[in-house]
Design a protein around this ligand. Sequence first.
Ligand SMILES: [Zn+2]
Length: 268
Amino acid sequence: MAASRLQIFVERHRRLFVLTGAGCSTGSGIPDYRDADGRWKRLAPATYQDFMGQVSARRRYWARSLLGWRRFRGARPNDAHRALARLEAMGKSELLLTQNVDRLHQAAGSAKVIDLHGRLDCVRCMGCGGAASRDDVQHELSRLNPGWLGLDAASAPDGDADLDGADFSSFEVPACRRCAGVLKPDVVFFGESVPRDRVAAAMRHLDEADAMLVVGSSLMVYSGYRFVETAARAGKPVAAVTLGRTRADALLSLKVESPCEVALAFLL
Ligand SMILES: [Zn+2]
């Protein structure tokens, strides 16, 4: 059985560098971006260049986010998050590096976490660098756009909602209160790079680990894939729990194709 091979993998290694992705949070009601072949399930999300360059892209983003945030902020950790928190409590986790922006690992009790792609509960001003909480921005979005509040839409990844076909031209996007600059969620957008010091900090932990465990990521994005590449180059075995194809299939020493919370149940 593949799952028991995963248990042996975890027992055999002293310190694991854990990388998690969207598949970890689907059990909490946050949808995944990609299908089993790693293709987009819906229109690709806005790029950094679109968001910063076009007010229409910002209107579309915030209108969808106004509706999507309500469900996103109510999401709770599932057994996959709890199993990985347990792994840390057992002293087996060197670092949990997550591509998720939902903070559900922290909510489940993991403390040694780096949010590779940032966190959606924070918003940053691209003008003055000031920070705001997403809840405050939600309040402002609601105040400026009362007519949009009654709309309902299916949840999409990253606190987004499916609202395609809507006319966003009347949507009011809030600006920074201090400098009127562009507000952007404190997450790494497509087309944007992960801050270099964040990558370097994670790489130092990878150096201390003797194996890597990927949970719920197809590794299609280079920002996560490069950690598998680095582990493999250093001769560290890599196991992955994920549904479907990953970009790193050729580099894996063990692959378990089942839902994360099922594959990791032995930790609970
Ligand atoms: Zn500002």
